[in-house]
Design a protein around this ligand. Sequence first.
Ligand SMILES: Nc1ncnc2c1ncn2[C@@H]1O[C@H](COP(=O)(O)OP(=O)(O)OP(=O)(O)O)[C@@H](O)[C@H]1O
Ligand SMILES: [Mg+2]
Length: 324
Amino acid sequence: MTSMNRKPLLSLENLKVYYYTDEGVVKAVDSVSFNMDRGETVGLVGESGSGKSTLGLSILRLIPPPGKIVGGKVFFDGIDLTALSEDEMRKVRGKRIGMVFQDPMTSLNPLMKVGDHIVETIVSHEGVPREKAVERACSLLEDVGILPERFNDYPHQLSGGMRQRIMIALALCLKPDLVIADEPTSALDVIVQYQILELMRKLKQVYGMGLILITHDVSIVAEVADRIAIMYAGQLVEYSDVNSFFNSPLHPYSEALLESIPNIQLSDQKLKYIPGIPPSLINPPKGCRFHVRCPYAEHRCGEVEPQTVEFERGRFVKCFRYVE
Ligand SMILES: Nc1ncnc2c1ncn2[C@@H]1O[C@H](COP(=O)(O)OP(=O)(O)OP(=O)(O)O)[C@@H](O)[C@H]1O
Ligand SMILES: [Mg+2]
């Protein structure tokens, strides 16, 4: 491997994204840092409102107002995306970083045939002749398990699962190095959800792209990811390889998350829920943001914010229990 390829595919450094609302400043992403390598899948997990979508959108600089990236850096393939002009950023979106959203209906033009969505994207970004683009679109449709005769269908003629396959084909059509998928399966029933995840796993082997999979469902991450990033109240509280994480989660919030998912191997498992409510991101609790709900909380947890420490090689945790 050349030294050029050793730089991470994506590297976030103290990224801060705030929404300036009438009620106050929502610190939706508050100093998040992590690295991911080429071809890796990172599962980004956290409860509703923890900042997952904001984090995903900020990598592409698609935060809607009143939101703003207020600090930190996003290095993609060594380039600081936060420093690019809007013109330069447009060349990154789609071409180098693709995105799959939860609800395909809001991203697909209802008046456009699904095949043409892909063809137009390829033609407008790469300027190849239309026939070439049609050829590529058909082969992509095949890759995502859609029959070529569906090319001329309109979005509403397809099932939810098929629409999501189209979105995946669209995200892949310019052969990006990274795809960010925000709850790509949460609107689908369990069987279709499983099929889409299988598809994404298969496509990763063929296309070799990195994937950030945003979900509130940890069990999905266990199935498809190499690493897991746990967000709590706008911060990353744990970042780890998936095997170590599921064998021994470090952060008390991670532990609680795992105890709250049904495990088919343990039929007598007592399902626990995490007591308390997610904190406000306008006035987050002082100290560790989880301390009010944490069974291990000590005095200092409510006073001082713990630093993130590297517990083992590649395993990061933000909790005083792991500070000497
Ligand atoms: N456009 C917006 N204007 C103001 N606040 C926003 C906006 N979008 C998100 N927020 C706030 O930012 C915080 C993080 O929201 P975000 O949507 O990133 O969370 P999430 O983890 O993706 O949640 P979910 O699982 O429900 O999708 C929340 O407090 C949310 O209310
Ligand atoms: Mg979200």
